[in-house]
Design a protein around this ligand. Sequence first.
Ligand code: SF4
Length: 213
Amino acid sequence: MSFSSRRQQLLDQHVAHLLQCRRCAHMLPPPVSGGPILSKIMLVGQAPGAREPVLGQPFAWTAGRTLFGWFEEFCHLSEMQVRSQIYFAAVCRCFPGKTAAGGDRVPAPDEIQNCSMWMNDEIDLLQPRLVIPVGKLAIAQFLAFEKLDEVVGRSFRLRRNRRAFDLIPLPHPSGASPWHRIPPGIGLLRRAMRLIARHPAVQNLCGKKPREI
Ligand code: SF4
């Protein structure tokens, strides 16, 4: 069996186990996965909303439309191309439920800790060249910061689990936050998306270089 086939098999098993996870008592299963996409790019969301478990994929609703619109505009990649060529991870893979006020509950620290084992294994398995955390909670798993202005529009070289990769943060595309639609967010988002579009791992997806796994 080739190295690539073996890694695909390991990733298939990883995702199959992930979908069975019921470790957090207050999360609402099932976990949501974008599937076993063997990729050098990982996109890290926060946690699925109420629609994603029903529709069976991450970023399946309005925030997803905005996110995929950014990839279409800056990277010339359709939603289908992004979903089929980028691995979708998240800080938590299950819907946390609603708060009394009606918003989505922010995952608790122990839930984030529980779910981090899945992402750590994915970094080991995929050895990504580029990680794209989407939203404050996802960015905070990699960088210490206070305001999005400090980190969006920049590229960071990081090391985790002995793996080095580039990290280019994005704001959350949710309609609940206007940050990415008004200055300085709108300009910083464009700068971040241009950095993503120019990254060699993304150029590789766009067919400008031979695809490598
Ligand atoms: S949030 Fe993560 S660790 Fe918790 S039950 Fe869901 S998949 Fe498992």
